[in-house]
Design a protein around this ligand. Sequence first.
Ligand code: OAD
Length: 231
Amino acid sequence: MNIVVLTGAGISAESGLGTFRDVDGLWTKYDLNDVATPEGFARNPELVQDFYNRRRANARRAKPNAAHEALARLEAADGVSLSLVTQNVDDLHEQAGSCNVIHMHGQLARALCGACAHRWDAGEMMAVSDPCPACGRPATRPDVVWFGEMPYHMDRIFALLLAADLFVSIGTSGSVYPAAGFVAEARCSGVETLELNLEPSENHHVFDGGRYGPASEVVPLWVADVLGGAG
Ligand code: OAD
């Protein structure tokens, strides 16, 4: 079976990383226009670097939970081809043992040169004045996708969606495009669709089915069902 999974902040919530739009979410504490747009970075790069330095420090302390681990088991199983697309900038899928992770919104652990587009592994703390290892210019930014920028690997993701037997969305509110549109794209191509989330998301009605509860519970149960059926 060919499965495409999309994950969002909800899968990392029980690992202690905050979501964006829930009560106490990051966007209730910060204005996303200030910290997650190219315009915000141009206005106040120190504020933006500080925001991502804090998130990077939190992410480095976090450990994967049972949901990340279940997806790693699914990837390793015979008879299943799993493509794991994540909107998350943490590395909890990789820590859990997933190998083929597509980070469509970039990664906290990577740096990007705003001058020459060179990318490298980020240190714990990042500053705009850090010189690019390739061109030497001081234009360092986190290698994360901001609002108004094109997410990464879109052609590859749409090709994977069209070839899937099943599309599963886990822990995402379905409010940010293009990821929020993957379910409709999959359905138009006859792909079965399933939502796993704490509660029905904004576009739950587009899915063929849903299972609701904490990711650490619903994801392992779903994976066990798939592996039971596949075996
Ligand atoms: P959101 O904060 O928008 O949504 C998180 C979803 O996870 C909600 O639907 C919650 O109900 C659900 N959730 C919370 N706790 C959960 C748990 N324990 N188990 C399962 N589900 C749980 O986060 P995203 O959908 O990931 O982009 O946000 C999408 C994008 O918006 C992010 O990648 C980020 C953000 O702004 C950028 O910064 C570009």
